[in-house]
Design a protein around this ligand. Structure first.
Ligand SMILES: Cc1cc2nc3c(=O)[nH]c(=O)nc-3n(C[C@H](O)[C@H](O)[C@H](O)COP(=O)(O)O)c2cc1C
Length: 327
């Protein structure tokens, strides 16, 4: 997710689940081929498995960008066919490519020839008036012929004029039945459902219909939900880390990154939701938001934020005891 799942975010999320597949932000072929790929693609080995998402529409450029991604050690190359932003449409990639299945098939073929890694796509269920199931079926069928076997499907269409990217993530109706039908019609393809899944019970229910679930906003705003993923979906029952334990695990990484020139706020901004839904959530967020951006801020800010959380917990505990006493 652009501006969200940068390498600091992914390192943090990886502390919560060892097994889920993490995705980069979309990287355009222009940025990779004409910018500084070393800086853009840098990641910590602890982030594995991690997929590089590309945005582009020129087969040769996508092939080259995929090759660069493979050389940097990514585990999968994913092509964005779902982004509706004006800038992306201007570049003729993202969701508007759903109108050009032949071009996308050529891109997939070129990328698959260029790398040994799996090449997947992330798509919508349609765009504008091209929103029938039959249209989606033909699109997926064409890309499958080109050798794509993993489809992550955001179960909304994109409306390419008149809606902002944010509105395009909320306003078009979720049609999960389209994604379920894809799995029925293409049982050999890996079909991953995305869009509006906000808890793991919901994810479990969806897995009755599809091969996997991609979580976007919920994983970012309420990352602790990922702590249960390994036990529930990957049969890895290691002890559940506590939220404070996750913070402790981040400290050596943060020290290292600060020494290498990062600013604390670049990392802590991704950790603000860690205590979401438990006492102290607000104190944690407030402390980090207030003190994190100060020049020279270091891990002491995080330790103080943890203390602020513990204080709220202790206060809640005391008041609960007082209530019991009076009951
Ligand atoms: C801030 C933000 C940035 C996003 N950037 C990307 C992106 O770079 N590539 C992509 O495929 N989807 C991107 N998305 C869309 C999400 O991947 C996902 O498809 C969408 O939010 C619906 O899933 P959710 O309901 O689980 O969040 C972005 C979403 C948000 C909120």
């Amino acid at each position: 997710m652009m501006e969200w799942t940068d390498r600091h975010c992914r390192y943090f999320l990886r502390q919560l689940s060892h097994h889920c597949l993490l995705y980069t932000e979309m990287m355009t072929t222009a940025a990779l081929l004409h910018g500084n790929p070393g800086r853009l693609l840098q990641f910590d080995p602890a982030e594995h498995p991690v997929a590089l998402q590309l945005g582009g529409s020129q087969p040769d450029e996508l092939a080259e960008a995929a090759r660069i991604g493979e050389a940097h050690g990514y585990d999968e190359i994913n092509l964005n066919l779902g982004c509706p932003s004006d800038r992306v449409q201007f570049g003729r990639f993202g969701a508007c490519l759903m109108a050009e299945p032949e071009r996308v098939a050529t891109c997939i073929t070129a990328m698959r020839r260029a790398v040994a890694l799996p090449v997947s796509v992330k798509t919508r269920i349609g765009i504008d008036a091209q929103d029938s199931y039959e249209h989606l079926y033909r699109f997926v069928d064409r890309l499958a012929q080109a050798g794509c076997s993993t489809f992550i499907v955001h179960a909304r269409k994109a409306i390419l004029t008149g809606l902002s990217p944010k509105e395009n993530r909320n306003i078009p109706e979720l049609k999960y039945d389209y994604v379920y039908r894809l799995k029925q019609d293409f049982p050999v393809l890996e079909i991953i459902l995305n869009g509006g899944v906000s808890n793991l019970d919901d994810a479990t229910a969806q897995l009755g219909h599809v091969d996997g679930i991609m979580l976007g906003r919920e994983a970012y705003h309420n990352p602790y939900l990922l702590a249960e993923v390994d036990g529930r979906f990957f049969n890895d029952n290691h002890p559940l880390p506590t939220r404070a334990g996750i913070v402790q695990r981040m400290l050596p990484y943060i020290e290292r990154e600060l020494q290498a020139g990062a600013e604390l706020k670049h990392i802590t901004r991704h950790m603000l939701g860690l205590f979401q839904g438990v006492p102290g959530a607000r104190a944690w967020r407030r402390h980090l938001s207030h003190h994190g951006p100060r020049a020279g801020a270091g891990t002491e800010v995080i330790l103080a934020a943890l203390e602020a959380v513990a204080e709220v917990g202790a206060r809640d505990h005391d008041s609960a005891e007082i209530m019991q006493h009076h009951a």
